[in-house]
Design a protein. Structure first.
Lengths: 284, 310
C-alpha cells in the first residue's frame, strides 16, 4: 500500500467539488427566481414532498423496499409534480393568502405524512431518511455526469424560455396583464425546479441545497440589480465558497456538507460587512 | 489563489497521512469501536486499527467526514458489523474509497456477523404486523460475550490469511483473549445470577443478545422505531404493562432522546438507565471486556437501588 500523493487526494475531492460546481450553476440561477418571487422555502417544501413520495414508494411491494430502485424515483418525481401543480394553482386562485403560507403548510403536512408512512414500515425505517438524503463527500463520477446532463437540459430549457420565466418572476401582475398563461408557466417553473431540487437533495442533502439556492443570489443582491450581474456575482461566490468549504472540511476533518453551509454563512456576513466600503465605488 | 490553497491543503494531508502510515503493520479500519477493540486484542502490534464510528455515536447514523474516505482508501482490511447496521452511511464511502480490496465480498472485507449468533431472525414472510424487523436479524449482536469470541475468531482467521507469517502470534493472542473472556463471562454471569428472569423494558431492540445471555426478560420497547414517536396507544399499553408487572428498569442507549422514556418512568415509577452499548460510549469503557464489566455493574447497582430484584 503506497502513500497518498497530493494528486490522489485532489482526485478524491474532485468529484464532490465538481458536484458542488454543478449545484452552484443551476441553483444560483433558480435562486434568483425564487428570491424575486419571495418563495424562499419552496425548495424545502418540494424536497419534502419528493421524500414523502419516495417513502411511500419504498413501502409498496413493487419497489422491493429498495430505496434506489427506479420505481421509487418515478413515484417521488410524480409527487414533486403534484407539489408543483399545487404551488402554481394556489398562487393565481387565492391572492389573499400568501403563497409562503401554503408552502409552509405543505412542508409540515408532507413531513408528518412521511413519519406516518414510516411508522407503517416493517423494516429499515431508521435508515430511510439517511438514504434519501445524500452526502456530497460520497458522490461518484457517474452521479456527477448524470446530474450535469440533467441540469444542462433544465438550464437549456430555462434559457430558451427565459422571457416568460423572468417576466413572471420579476412582475407577476404585469406578466398576467400581458396575456401570458401564468399558471402554465408557473407549473413549468415549479416542475423543473422540483425536478432539480429532488435530484440535488439526493446527492447533497437538504441544508446544502437550500444554501446553494438562496445564499449566492442574496449575496449578489447586495451588490447588483440586473439579472446578468447578479448571476455573475452569485456564480463566483458559489464557486469560491465551494472550494473553500471543501478545503476547510478536509483540513479540519469536519462533515463536508455542513462545513460548506457554514462557510456560505460566513462569506455572506463578510460580503455584507464589506458592502459599505465597496458599493459606493461601484455606483460611481 | 484558489489553486494555491488546494495545493497547500493537499500537501498537508499527504504529509500527515504518510506519517500515520509509517506505523505500518496491517492497516485495519472497523466501522465501530467494539470491532476495533477486538482487532487490537488479536492483532496486537502487528496491526494498526481505527474505528470510523465513535462509541458514543449511533452506529445507524454517522456523519461522514472526508478522512473516512481516505482511511478506507488506505485500509488493508475493513471489518464491519453488517446486518444492515451501517447501511445508511458506509456503502457509498466504500465505493468512493476506490480500494478494490475492501469492497463487499472481496478478500479484505470482513462481515463480522457471518459467524456470530444472530437473534430476531424473521422466519417466513415478513409482515407489517411484526413491527420493526431487521430482515437480516438483530445487528446489535456484539453485546453477547460469546459473539465477541466468534468475532475474534473470524478476525484471527482473516488476519492470518492476510499475513500468514504471523499465524502463531495471532493464534496465541486469540487463546489469551479467549481465556480472559471466559473469566469475564464467569464473573458477569455470577453477578447477574440472582436476577435471572428480571423483567425490563428497553428503548429500542438493541439489547436482545445481552438480555438473552444474562437471562433478562425484555417485555416491551419504548420506541420500537427510533425517531418515530410511539403512538399514544402503545405508550399507554406499555405503561400499564410496566405497572402490572412492576418493571423498574428502562434501558436506553446514550444517543437516544430521553423525553419519552422519562415520561414513562414518571408514570410508572421506573428508572431510566442510560447504558453504553459500545466501547468508547463512556470514557471508562476502553475495550470489549470493560464494556461488560461496566454495563453489568451499572445494571446491578440500578437493580439494587430500585429494588427491582426483589
Amino acid at each position: 500500500m503506497g502513500e497518498l500523493t497530493v494528486w490522489q487526494i485532489a482526485e478524491f475531492l474532485a468529484a464532490p467539488f465538481a458536484a458542488s460546481l454543478i449545484l452552484t450553476g443551476i441553483h444560483t440561477y433558480l435562486g434568483v427566481h425564487v428570491v424575486e418571487r419571495g418563495v424562499i422555502f419552496v425548495d424545502l417544501s418540494l424536497a419534502q414532498i419528493a421524500a414523502l413520495g419516495a417513502t411511500i414508494a419504498i413501502l409498496m411491494p413493487f419497489s422491493d423496499g429498495d430505496p434506489h430502485s427506479r420505481s421509487v424515483y418515478w413515484v417521488s418525481l410524480a409527487f414533486t409534480f403534484i407539489g408543483a401543480a399545487i404551488f402554481s394553482f394556489v398562487r393565481t386562485k387565492h391572492a389573499r393568502i400568501p403563497q409562503e403560507a401554503i408552502i409552509g403548510i405543505t412542508y409540515a403536512v408532507a413531513s408528518a405524512a412521511a413519519i406516518l408512512a414510516m411508522s407503517k414500515s416493517t423494516s429499515q425505517a431508521e435508515h430511510l431518511k439517511d438514504m434519501l438524503v445524500g452526502n456530497i463527500i460520497a458522490v461518484s463520477w457517474p452521479d456527477v455526469f448524470k446530474t450535469a446532463g440533467l441540469y444542462g437540459a433544465v438550464g437549456l430549457f430555462h434559457y430558451v424560455y427565459r422571457k416568460p420565466f423572468l417576466a413572471i418572476s420579476m412582475n407577476h401582475e404585469h406578466a398576467e396583464a400581458t396575456g401570458l398563461n401564468v399558471r402554465l408557466w408557473d407549473f413549468l417553473f415549479y416542475a423543473s425546479f422540483g425536478f432539480v431540487v429532488t435530484s440535488s437533495v439526493s446527492i447533497a442533502g437538504v441544508l446544502l441545497v437550500f444554501c446553494y439556492l438562496i445564499v449566492p443570489s442574496v449575496a449578489a443582491m447586495l451588490y447588483a440589480e440586473g439579472i446578468g450581474r447578479r448571476l455573475a456575482i452569485g456564480w463566483t461566490m458559489g464557486t469560491v465558497v465551494s472550494a473553500l468549504g471543501v478545503c476547510l472540511s478536509l483540513v479540519l476533518d469536519l462533515p463536508t456538507g455542513a462545513t460548506i453551509v457554514c462557510t456560505f454563512g460566513l462569506v455572506l456576513v463578510l460580503m455584507a460587512a464589506a458592502r459599505p466600503l465597496i458599493k459606493p465605488r461601484l455606483n460611481r | 489563489m484558489q489553486r494555491l490553497i488546494w495545493l497547500a491543503v493537499a500537501a498537508g494531508m499527504a504529509l500527515s497521512l504518510q506519517s500515520a502510515h509509517a506505523r505500518a503493520g496491517i492497516n485495519v479500519i472497523t466501522s465501530t469501536e467494539d470491532l476495533a477493540s477486538l482487532v487490537r486484542e488479536i492483532g496486537g502490534d502487528k496491526v494498526s486499527v481505527e474505528a470510523l464510528a465513535k462509541g458514543y455515536q449511533d452506529p445507524h447514523f454517522v456523519e461522514a467526514k472526508p478522512s473516512f474516505v481516505i482511511k478506507l482508501h488506505n485500509a488493508d482490511l475493513l471489518v464491519v458489523i453488517g446486518r444492515e447496521l451501517e447501511v445508511g452511511w458506509l456503502p457509498p464511502l466504500i465505493t468512493q474509497s476506490r480500494n478494490t480490496k475492501i469492497q463487499p465480498g472481496s478478500q479484505a472485507y470482513l462481515d463480522a456477523s457471518l459467524t456470530a449468533r444472530i437473534l430476531d431472525m424473521p422466519t417466513g414472510q415478513i409482515t407489517r404486523a411484526m413491527g420493526d424487523v431487521h430482515p437480516l436479524g438483530n445487528p446489535h449482536y456484539w453485546l453477547e460475550p460469546g459473539n465477541g469470541r466468534r468475532i475474534a475468531k473470524a478476525i484471527q482467521d482473516k488476519l492470518t490469511s492476510l499475513s500468514a507469517g504471523d499465524a502463531a502470534y495471532f493464534a496465541q493472542r486469540f487463546t489469551d483473549f479467549d481465556r480472559r473472556l471466559a473469566e469475564g463471562e464467569k464473573r458477569w454471569q455470577a453477578t447477574m445470577a440472582p436476577y435471572k428472569g428480571l423483567k425490563i423494558v428497553t428503548y429500542h431492540r438493541s439489547w436482545s443478545n445481552f438480555a438473552d445471555v444474562f437471562g433478562l426478560d425484555v417485555v416491551g420497547y419504548v420506541e420500537p422505531k427510533p425517531g418515530i414517536p410511539p403512538s399514544p396507544a402503545h405508550q399507554l399499553a406499555l405503561t400499564q404493562e410496566m405497572k402490572r408487572q412492576a418493571i423498574k428498569i428502562i434501558l436506553v442507549e446514550p444517543y437516544f432522546d430521553l423525553q419519552t422514556p422519562n415520561k414513562i418512568a414518571r408514570d410508572t415509577g421506573a428508572r431510566v438507565l442510560v447504558m453504553p452499548p459500545s466501547v468508547g460510549g463512556v470514557k471508562e469503557v476502553q475495550n470489549y471486556l470493560q464494556l461488560f464489566d461496566y454495563d453489568v455493574s451499572l445494571l446491578v447497582s440500578a437493580i439494587k437501588d430500585t429494588g427491582a430484584g426483589r
